[in-house]
Design a binder for this molecule. Sequence first.
Ligand code: PLP
Length: 496
Amino acid sequence: VTATSVPPPDGEGAEFARHARHVVDWIAAYLNDPGQYPVLAQVQPGDISRSLPAAPPREAESLDSILADVDALIIPGITHWNHPGFLAYFATSSSAPGILAELLTAALNVNGMLWKTSPSVTELEETTLDWLRQMLGLRDGWFGMITDTASTSTLLALAAAREAKEELGVREHGLAGRPELPVMRVYASAQAHSSVAKAAITLGFGRQNVVLVPVDDAYRMDVHRLAAAIRSDRDAGYLPIATVATVGTTSTTSVDPVPAIAEVCRREHVWLHVDSAYAGVAAILPELRHVLDGVEQADSLVVNPHKWLLTPMDLSAFYTRHPAILKRAFTLVPEFLTTEHDGGAVNYMDYGVQLGRRFRALKLWMVIRAYGVDGLARLVRHHIALAQEVSALVRDTEGWEQLAPAPFSVVCFRYAPAGVEEATLDRWNRAILDRVNASGEVYLSHTVLRERYALRIAVGNLRTEQKHVARAWELLCAAARRASETDDAETQPPEN
Ligand code: PLP
């Protein structure tokens, strides 16, 4: 058999720079005006897949034609999270330094599973997460690592919480078929993110062993109810394992009373994990540093730079004060991964589920350097100010109602003229959301608060300015008029 040489595909070698310039020019034009596209993809389910060949090409295709198809076939099905009118969920942005870092990460294609498989991956991750810790105003003594998402970070936190009760022997013996084990319980507020329940499902605690603690009028965990739930569970033979407190809940961005929760957890020997996936970043602002009060007493913390810190998806920062416990939960080193002469360096594969490790730290490092801590703080402050303008409009305009306090850059509200019954208000507000989103100019999302359908504006995109928020408000007011008029016309008895 003679080896044949494989010709490089179009785009490799000398052609690379030409295609790269094309892609970079495309990106530059895109970032210059992402508002040129409708923010919400205007396609129906199946439209995109129908436009694609059902089978892969047998022969190589030119990158010119592939890139032309990205424009023609793929972009129409993109909902533009980089659009300044993106005001849904938690708005995010990929900034230029983050994008350039992603390009380098793909080019280097290193795997940081061990320190020695790319020392820069490990050491930049350690350094950058330590920078972020300082930016958040947290004391020294936290071990940081990057995961893909807050959901994964919370999963790791709860796995560590379980491992902290080493005497249960879950790592070696599992949970199944062990009647001697108590049923383990996790506590979180009724407003906590679904990732807590998902982690409990994954770890075998079972969904019904996530105790949803009621919240107060401002959607914050009621700490007395937490303490009572833990106490009565203990009396009933359950084993309380962990509490997840949220700083910036997903629906309303409420902040659980972490210092008081930490006190209960300390007393009860329960692991405290703080989920500040969105709002933790606000602690960069000196005037909002207090939102992480009490976190020093927590056992673990997650904050997502891919939400509000200009870092492209995906980058979640997970911190724990007990790396030895986290390591005990996950380390498993087959012979072929053993290392010597690394001076006791961190091998991140020991601290989680994944072995292979993307070079994610580079993008956060480049973003922090390119904006500076003050630059990032200015942007977060600006987003909060824009959201506060929306909040003022809602409160000052007759017929509208704010449904929760707005401590950060998210406002929950609804159109609720006096004298209209609840079912009608829900229907109107659904119709308002559909109409506003169909405009393609802005994209809002919704939630349900105390059984009321709520509209939700989340400011968090790098390019969102006052005029985008003002336009959203105009569209909302027009859609509200339309919803009530249409509904009135439909519900009038026919004239004859
Ligand atoms: N925790 C909170 C409070 C969130 O708001 C979210 C997402 O919005 C998550 C966790 C999950 O984030 P991720 O998509 O990074 O898993």
